[in-house]
Design a protein around this ligand. Structure first.
Ligand code: ADP
Ligand code: MG
Length: 329
């Protein structure tokens, strides 16, 4: 697969002006400015192939937004090489801008006092989209996002979910091949999150668009991204399949049984670590490669009504990666 996005030793440092507190601090700072360097992105490299959907995970302040901004050419990198669709992002050539889009869940690009449709017209003009193409794309996006009833309403009167769907449509009118999405579902209710997620999956299927997305909601990442990057304090600490990360961090599964006879922890202990027992129901923590063997043994030893084998919650696993610094360099 040819690389659509190629990042080599990218760093982005911010120089932040340090001010001591109080009036004297301001005065001192006036004469002798102190700067502190924030290493927001620190020597990261990766390749993303055409049509891939990659999830970008990391705690707050890890450097995700900075990376997306540099990739889309909004910020100039401190060092490193970036190519997106064959262009160096920071040159911001028109031909490059036509192929990408950046959607930030916390920023609006729609004009607040006008109906979304008018903002779309502005984008049509900016991107010089031929009228016929525009109509076709608009129709497709309107159908996929169910925008018909909201397009003519003033943007300020839309619900957050409606507005986000319009933001997405506005960002996709020029049919970009690469989508940088920074928390596109933030603040949306669960149903609307799922809708946006389905839309993105469908858009990727139809057009083979390449997507790099950050989200606070693991459900987005689980549903959309086979591959993930984990970034921590500017360092890329993981690049690989989500499943492989889950296995690495949590090499266990939960085996839950329901029986016809009350259970006790002691008789279960020889099958695995007992997570919980509640008379007719128990959950054991079992190494991944032993789950089916253990389930079979349980069947022989207890009057089983039901067995379920569950993966630990991905949200919990990712949380542990950050709190326990499992991947840290
Ligand atoms: N414009 C800026 N000026 C100075 N520091 C910044 C700026 N933007 C972000 N930072 C800092 O860079 C680091 C990475 O931020 P960011 O890329 O927003 O992380 P994330 O999106 O993962 O939460 C943080 O320490 C943040 O405070
Ligand atoms: Mg961010």
């Amino acid at each position: 697969m040819p690389s659509q996005i190629s990042v080599s030793h990218l760093s982005k440092f911010y120089e932040v002006h340090q001010k001591e507190p109080g009036f004297l601090g301001s005065l001192r700072a006036f004469f002798r400015r102190r700067y502190q360097t924030v290493r927001a992105v620190d020597d990261i490299s990766f390749e993303i192939g055409e049509g891939e959907v990659v999830g970008f995970l990391g705690p707050n302040g890890a450097g995700k937004t900075t990376t997306l901004k540099v990739l889309s050419g909004l910020l100039y990198p401190t060092s490193g090489d970036i190519t997106v669709c064959g262009f160096r992002s920071f040159d911001r050539q028109n031909e490059f801008l036509r192929q990408i889009t950046l959607v930030m869940g916390q920023k609006n690009q729609l004009i607040w006092d006008l109906p979304a449709l008018e903002s779309f017209e502005v984008n049509r003009a900016i991107y010089e989209i031929p009228r016929g193409d525009y109509q076709a794309v608009l129709k497709e996006l309107t159908d996929l996002l169910e925008l018909e009833p909201v397009l003519g309403k003033q943007v300020r009167k839309l619900s957050l979910g409606e507005r986000m769907k319009c933001e997405l449509a506005a960002a996709l009118l020029h049919r970009p091949r690469v989508l940088f999405l920074d928390e596109p579902t933030i603040g949306l209710d669960v149903t609307m999150q799922a809708r946006v997620r389905e839309f993105l999956a469908e858009y990727n299927r139809r057009h083979g668009a390449t997507i790099l997305l950050t989200s606070h909601y693991m459900a987005d990442v689980v549903a959309l991204c086979k591959r993930i990057f984990v970034i921590d304090r500017g360092h890329l600490v993981y690049d690989g399949e989500l499943d492989a990360l889950v296995e690495r961090v949590s090499p266990f599964k939960y085996v839950r049984i329901v029986t016809q006879r009350p259970l006790d922890a002691a008789s279960l202990a020889r099958f695995g670590e007992v997570r919980s027992v509640d008379s007719f129901e128990a959950t054991l923590i079992v190494p991944r490669d032993r789950t089916s063997a253990v389930a079979a043994q349980l069947f022989q030893s207890f009057p089983i009504e039901d067995v379920t084998i569950e993966d630990p919650d991905v949200e919990e696993i990712i949380g542990r990666i950050f709190t326990e610094k499992i991947l840290s360099q």
